[in-house]
Each structure stands twice: as structure tokens, then as C-alpha cells.
Design a protein around this ligand. Structure first.
Ligand code: SF4
Length: 187
């Protein structure tokens, strides 16, 4: 599956302006599935997930170093190629519904093959996609189930989001990280 995913160009063939090749989870054998929105520019260049500042923040939340982070989580996302900047120049372009649909086959393969024992979504799009929730505020700090597997949403750790500045939201993140760590201890 990874070999096929590595060379996927389905969105390019459909006319979307992607700016990297697919970003691939670097290891195998993880029992937790981390599901974000889409790679950023650094991840697209390195073709590895969570390499930039947001990844550092995520590892700080979990108190995991890089090796432990990648050994713990199989890192995937709604779409797997860097989508480029928004036309306004402010932030990265959100994947279109059609790109999300095209890339969903990789997620479906992964969940079927990996059978993860914990799912962690990162950011609003990932939570809406897998857990059918409406907003990050509603779901962060709550434990869900996805086909019988525990699922815990996190907000996107990007410093660009003002959501994290509110004290009540920081408490939601602490509660979500506690839930995740408890679930990881059980695996
Ligand atoms: S975003 Fe997904 S479906 Fe689209 S080209 Fe990249 S790997 Fe393929």
C-alpha cells in the first residue's frame, strides 16, 4: 500500500495544484492512528509527517521525543500532499471536497490493514471527517468511538490559531491529552 501511495497523483490528474508528493508515515507497527488535515510545506519537502513547528508542539503536548512519537503514532491525514498556499497568501489552502474524496481510499485501506487501537484526530477537518462532529470547541476533551475504537480529537497545534489562546480551550487540550495518554497506557 505504501508503495502505491508514495506515487499517487490522483489529485493532479483531476486538475488540482498540489505542491508535493504524498507524505508517508515513516514506520510501521504503531497501534495508534493520528489523523490530521494535510501536510505543510516542510512535511511536503521532507515527505515525512509533522516535521515543522506544529509537530514540535504536538510532541510537547504528548511529552514524547521524535523517536517515541513516530513509534507510537501512524501519522496520516485527510489528504497526503502539500496543497500549497491560499490565493490570499494567508495560510495553506484547505483541501477541496473532491481532493478529500480522492484521498479517502488511502485512509480506508490503512484503517482496514492497521486496525488501530486508538484514533487521534488533529484539527477541525480531521474531526469532522472521521467523527462527524461540528466544531473543535465541541469535541476537544471528549472521548468518542470510531467503529468501537476509542477516538480523541485535538485542535490543530499551529501557532496561527487563536483558539489555543483562550484559557478554557487550553484546559480542553489538557483534558484531551490526558485521555490520549490514558488510552496509550492501555495499549
Ligand atoms: S492528496 Fe491523496 S489522493 Fe491526492 S494525489 Fe496526494 S495522495 Fe493522491
Amino acid at each position: 500500500m505504501k508503495r502505491d501511495q508514495r506515487t499517487c497523483r490522483a489529485c493532479i490528474d483531476a486538475g488540482y495544484p498540489l505542491e508535493s508528493w504524498p507524505v508517508i508515515a515513516p514506520r510501521e507497527g504503531q497501534r495508534a492512528y493520528l489523523f490530521g488535515q494535510a501536510p505543510g510545506i516542510v512535511e511536503g519537502e521532507e515527505r515525512r509527517p509533522w516535521r515543522g513547528r506544529a509537530g514540535q508542539t504536538l510532541r510537547r503536548w504528548f511529552e514524547l521525543d521524535e523517536d517515541a512519537f513516530y513509534e507510537t503514532f501512524y501519522c496520516a491525514s485527510v489528504t497526503r500532499c502539500y496543497p500549497g498556499r491560499q490565493a490570499s497568501g494567508r495560510g495553506d489552502r484547505a483541501p477541496t471536497p473532491e481532493e478529500q474524496r480522492l484521498c479517502s481510499r488511502w485512509r480506508d485501506h490503512e484503517l482496514r490493514l492497521l486496525q488501530p487501537q486508538l484514533v487521534v484526530t488533529v484539527g477541525g477537518l480531521a474531526a469532522r471527517t472521521l467523527l462527524n462532529v461540528r466544531s473543535v470547541t465541541e469535541c476537544v476533551g471528549v472521548r468518542y468511538e470510531l467503529d468501537g475504537v476509542p477516538a480523541v480529537p485535538l485542535p490543530h497545534p499551529s501557532g496561527a490559531s487563536s483558539w489555543l489562546n483562550l484559557p478554557e480551550n487550553r484546559e480542553r487540550v489538557v483534558a484531551a491529552v490526558d485521555l490520549i495518554r490514558n488510552e496509550l497506557a492501555r495499549l
